[in-house]
Design a binder for this molecule. Structure first.
Ligand SMILES: C[S@@+](CC[C@H](N)C(=O)[O-])C[C@H]1O[C@@H](n2cnc3c(N)ncnc32)[C@H](O)[C@@H]1O
Length: 195
């Protein structure tokens, strides 16, 4: 049975535990004590929001999906498994990056993880996921970097439990989930992503 069918056959309330078991994810290690100002500690996004994002974007095998603040790698791995998209994570905490890489090595998955501050590194991709990973000035700086990406190619931002500021280059799209908002880039002269 395909992963999606297996996921859908699991009762709603058990889906997070089921995903952790399938991916071999145990209880998360503690966060480092010196996260920079504006960084939110590790907390995994629910499988319901991840699955809704995959279908509502919709994420496709030709997408380059990036989870900004990828933690243990759950979102990037599930996004790849549910859609076939190329997927990677950007994560500031080294031990979480190592854990994500080890998991993908074990499962033989082509999902990759980069140890970086998302506000300080060059970004590229077609779909970016943000489960409330940062706030304040750090979020502003990441959005500037995402605007640079949108000048080169159309992108979709997927924000969970995070309201992005109104920006002229982002058009919000409601979804079936209260916590999930999608934002399509809409820069004049830049291409639009087909849906
Ligand atoms: C709320 S958790 C989300 C984890 C993951 N997206 C998930 O849903 O499983 C936020 C993550 O963002 C990471 N983070 C915070 N600030 C960051 C930054 N500036 N660059 C990269 N990662 C960051 C944290 O270490 C943490 O793992």
């Amino acid at each position: 049975m395909a992963l999606l069918d297996r996921l859908l056959s699991v009762p709603f309330v058990d889906r997070d535990a089921w995903a952790d078991e399938v991916l071999g994810i145990e209880s998360p290690p503690p966060d480092v004590p010196d996260l920079p100002q504006g960084s939110v500690p590790y907390l995994p996004c629910s499988v319901e929001e991840i699955a809704a994002m995959v279908f509502e974007v919709p994420l496709r095998p030709d997408d380059d999906f990036v989870d900004l603040g990828s933690g243990l790698g759950r979102v990037a791995i599930l996004a790849h498994l549910l859609s076939g998209a190329r997927a990677r994570g950007v994560e500031i905490q080294e031990h979480l990056v190592r854990s994500g890489r080890a998991r993908c090595d074990e499962l033989g998955l082509p999902v990759t993880f980069v140890r970086a501050d998302a506000a300080e590194t060059d970004l590229d991709g077609s779909v970016f996921f943000l489960y409330a990973p940062f706030n304040g000035e750090m979020l502003t700086r990441v959005l500037r970097r995402l605007e640079e990406v949108a000048r080169r190619r159309p992108i979709v931002l997927c924000a969970v439990d995070l309201e992005l500021p109104a920006l002229p280059w982002l058009r919000p799209r409601e979804t079936s989930r209260v916590a999930l908002t999608l934002y399509d880039s809409c820069l004049p002269g830049a291409a639009h992503r087909s849906q």
